[in-house]
Ligand binder design. Structure first.
Ligand code: ADP
Ligand code: MG
Length: 157
């Protein structure tokens, strides 16, 4: 299933991230979430909300832009991966990316374009800059019931 959502502020995008995180947490789903979109499209903003559903303070997310893998010792473990600084030749083996993905933790990947292929069973969230404060966000790979719950939670049903 996929769903297109338009957010009108950074706070709305953060709230959408929180709702998706809370839903995955409640369902006990180990998940890989691939985030796509250009610089400034809202990926890190989304991750701040998403991570806070797992007890990670939003301000800790993305605070060090040179970090490729930020690891949080939550239960389940949470990995925020930002491939921005990876060159055009994917060297995902070098950072042990696939081990994180197969670890059973929660893995969120910014600039997932650089992965080449999408991990099996991953959700994808694609961000498009529309106007100054509006972003079109498309969520794909989520089940029908989860999607319904998510839309209800963010008040877009
Ligand atoms: P990315 O990680 O994709 O490069 P960021 O989340 O770091 O993007 O930056 C998005 C920027 O756009 C932030 O400065 C944020 O405040 C701003 N912004 C404005 N409107 C929105 C919106 N609707 N959703 C997300 N971010 C928004
Ligand atoms: Mg970012």
């Amino acid at each position: 299933m996929n769903q297109q959502i338009v957010t009108r502020s950074a706070e709305e995008t953060e709230r959408l991230g929180y709702s998706l995180g809370a839903l995955l947490k409640k369902k006990g789903l180990a998940a890989t979430v691939c985030l796509y979109g250009d610089l400034g499209a809202g990926k890190t903003t989304f991750v701040k909300g998403f991570a806070s559903a797992f007890g990670i303070p939003g301000r800790e997310v993305g605070s060090a832009s040179f970090v490729i893998v930020a690891e949080y010792e939550t239960a389940p473990p949470f990995y925020h991966i930002d491939l921005y600084r990876l060159g055009d030749e994917p060297c995902t083996e070098d950072i042990g990316l696939w081990e994180y993905i197969e670890s059973g933790g929660i893995v969120v990947i910014e600039w997932a374009e650089k992965l080449g292929e999408m991990p099996e069973g991953a959700l994808s969230v694609t961000f498009q800059h529309q106007h100054e404060d509006t972003r079109e966000i498309v969520i794909e790979g989520i089940g029908h019931d989860e999607l319904h719950a998510l839309m209800g939670d963010i008040g877009k049903l």
